[in-house]
Design a protein around this ligand. Structure first.
Ligand SMILES: [Zn+2]
Length: 125
């Protein structure tokens, strides 16, 4: 892979990373700060909140799951950026074969070629 291609994927990764960070910031502002406020809630009568608790908890769990998934994705993006630095970017971590450009375009942080990926998934299932 030449340096022009690497630069292209690096930009894709950085852009994706930026988007995720913005989304995470958004999640934190909307859900987590409300949660904090509720938890310290000086003005919250306990019985008053009981009715809402079910949906609150679900919303909170959803927000946590989303943040967790996106956090993991950022980790994978960071790993991919590190591979660009090391010069191993675009190579399958399993078999060492180059990952197809189509796949990298769709999933720039991919660490496995499509064959190894589908093998991994069939093992899990
Ligand atoms: Zn492979």
């Amino acid at each position: 892979m030449d340096s022009k291609q690497l630069e292209h994927y690096r930009e894709l990764l950085l852009k994706k990373r930026q988007e995720l960070l913005e989304q995470l910031g958004y999640i934190r502002e909307t859900s987590f700060s409300d949660t904090m406020k509720d938890a310290s809630g000086e003005n919250s009568a306990y019985t008053y909140h009981m009715a809402d608790q079910g949906t609150d908890t679900q919303e909170r769990e959803k927000a946590f799951m989303l943040a967790y998934r996106e956090g993991r994705l950022i980790y994978h993006i960071d790993e991919a950026l590190a591979r660009i630095e090391k010069g191993t970017y675009g190579l399958c971590q399993e078999c060492g074969e180059p990952i197809s450009p189509e796949r990298l375009e769709a999933v720039p942080h991919a660490r496995l070629c499509i064959d190894c990926k589908s093998k991994e998934e069939s093992q899990k299932a």
